[in-house]
Design a binder for this molecule. Sequence first.
Ligand code: DI6
Ligand code: FE
Length: 400
Amino acid sequence: MKTLWHNCHAASMVGGRYSIIENAAILTDGPLIEWIGAAHAAPPADATQVDLGGAWVTPGLIDCHTHTVFGGNRSGEFEQRLQGVSYAEIAAAGGGIASTVRATRAATADELFASARRRLVSLLRDGVTTVEMKSGYGLDLANERKLLQVIRRLGEELPVTVRATCLAAHALPPEYAGQADAYIDHICTQMLPALAEEGLVDAVDAFCEYLAFSPEQVERLFKVAQGLDLPVKLHAEQLSSLHGSTLAARYHALSADHLEFMTEDDAQAMAAAGTVAVLLPGAFYFLRETQLPPMEALRKHGVQIAIASDLNPGTSPALSLRLMMNMACTLFRMTPEEALAGVTLHAATALGMQASHGSLEAGKHADFVAWDIDRPADLAYWLGGELNKRVVRHGALVSI
Ligand code: DI6
Ligand code: FE
């Protein structure tokens, strides 16, 4: 079953960077792209024709860093922070991640599924066709399993490709207060091997920060992940510089994420390892941070830069990836072209999916969005909201 999608322009991302084809056509065969190029050069084919009315076609957007599944929410803490109470003070008083852990443990899988589904639908309405979701609010085997199973189920029941990341090393659970090394041991010897064996884990992540886990603890986890053949990622240099991003590069991590406090040496190590820099402007904005990620060092060393929502209840209740594109431009001084590459091409690499996703090329998945916009920069220009568009996944139109 072939389809020729025509009367469009394409921001194809071919060649490993932002690139466009004006007056383009795309021939799909079932779930895959068979051919893409200038419309006049389209190969003859017995194909259904779809007129896209002059739309701009981009790869389906990829949100490569989210914590979509959690119980409760923290709008009360948002109000407290607006009154001047700090994130660290709230955490010390038993709020913060710990309060979401309590609410998540108390919720049933069905309740978690229902609330996460609503948030995920918001992301999908914004043109997202692939999303990564992390566990990390369960912090014991049964509850991390519950989260990862909900993540798998979201991928089965909604028109989106899902990658599940185990973030058991997100925070210290109350049962292990004062015993971070023992908790890391428990993850390494019990939780991760069991969850991996059950097929629930596509990658392993950790929060490397002075208020979470040290580089030494993260390295122990990475060694176990490596032994289980699981790729790693890392929350690094969000609040301070511990060189977690260099450690991530040493383990050929798919990505290091946040990175406001990274150094030029970290950028060099990441570039050499092909580790993607995932920037999270929603968290930067919501915490009213002032330390900007070192854009010039990242560009100079040729680190691939992705943008993601970091959707989570504490630091980035962000329901629009396009709003993150806008913030990446206004706050981090990225160009709209860089922002678009950051939610397609480089986001695919941050998930290890670059062979099949992230650009419009023959042989890749036919996951794309036909936007009724004048120019690709319009995607980063509007502050969220729903744009007119058609979403194609696995070669077929989807409605959400
Ligand atoms: N970094 C973050 O910004 C979130 N997790 C992380 O490792 C915060 C999560 C939360 O506050 O619930
Ligand atoms: Fe995060």
